[in-house]
Write a protein of this length. Sequence first.
Length: 315
Amino acid sequence: MSPRPRRHTDEAGPDDGDPVAEPPLLDAELLRQLERLRFRTLTAIVGGLVGEREGRAAAARHEFAEYRPYVPGDELRRIDWNVYRRLHQLVVKVGIEDARLSVALLVDTSRSMRVGSPSALRAAQRLAAILAAIALLRGDRVDVHALGDGHAQPLVGLDGPRQLALLQDELERLPRSVGTGLADALTQYTGRGAQTDVAILLSDAHVPREDLERSLRLLASAGRAAGLVHVVAADEVTILPLGPVELRDAESGRVIEATVDEAVAAAYAERFAAFADGVRDLCSANGVGYVRAPSDESPLDLLLAHAAEAAISVA
């Protein structure tokens, strides 16, 4: 993987100004869309992020794990009529993949995540909010952690859709880190010994290759399944406009003055594409699911499309 391109042309410099008012992470219409999704669609979204890391994952869908209440859209053949005759309750048998899960959302809060319009951090906040809402609607437990400056800070543990307001409040008040220290933060997180079913990291992956590889190994060890949501600021993919520019490292504040012509712009775009491909390949090599998330795309549309591309049935 080529050395990562790092740029920032925001005149605010390395010290951030006052935050700009943003629309809510989960508005009423988005919540209505999520509530209308069938249970198996919610499951497909979670499964699409982590892939089928273990060979037994496909068979696990069909193994009996537990019961849960029937919800509209469930297949009638999965209803346990013996339970209904005894208790007059509609319940369905669910496989291991459909059973109640513990989900850990690990959000990179380093300064480089605040680059772009919309920023990678805002996209990560929206994606984390939607993923948490999906998990809670599935009946899963969700824990949210902030990673930055080499530390993993637990933010909130959630267990039920009624806690969505608390989720939004915590995500809106993420700590503002300077550096990443991603591998050290994940070392601290895994060192607490809290094994989870699904561990999802939301990050721009702007760390040296060796740190990223170490981070992915730690992420893979953090849960039964793991995934990286590679958040990419929309204006990070190319350099615009052409001409004299000031390039500023988003974390160190180092400034380089340069003149960008078409050849330089093309080289940058090629280098960034190689960087993104390298992140994906490292995920694959370490058994971590991968999805690239441009900051200007609809998070829900992105997750649904990725679930479909992962060849998991979406209804």
